[in-house]
Design a protein. Structure first.
Length: 117
């Protein structure tokens, strides 16, 4: 899965994966609804956030949607984290060939299913 968004880091964009309910968010609206849950976080000063159109299913069945943002990286990171807290969703990060969850669970990316591109 070396072509997975975020596998190769770039300085100007950050990629994150957020836990979603069900198999697949219905459409682009899932990202707007997700970001609406960040009311407690200040709005990012610049840039934007996009749906990377990729879903990963972990071996235990959890599904994560890829997104990325640019511009005010710190502001977007705070926004994503606030939304995830509000939804009680995990926000793992890519660590080498693994997806590392906040509770220290680690999944090899090769053991995950890529559901859409």
């Amino acid at each position: 899965m070396r072509d997975l968004p975020g596998f190769v880091p770039v300085d100007w964009r950050e990629h994150r994966y957020v836990q979603v309910d069900g198999e697949e968010p219905a459409s682009q609206e899932w990202l707007a609804a997700f970001l609406d849950d960040a009311a407690e976080a200040p709005s990012p000063a610049s840039g934007g956030c996009i749906d990377e159109r990729v879903l990963l299913r972990m071996p235990d069945g959890q599904v994560f949607a890829g997104l990325s943002y640019r511009g005010d990286i710190e502001g977007w990171r705070a926004c994503i984290d606030a939304s995830a807290r509000g939804r009680r969703s995990s926000v793992p990060r890519i660590d080498g060939d693994d997806l590392l969850l906040e509770d220290a669970r680690r999944y090899r990316l090769d053991d995950c299913d890529r559901l859409r591109v």
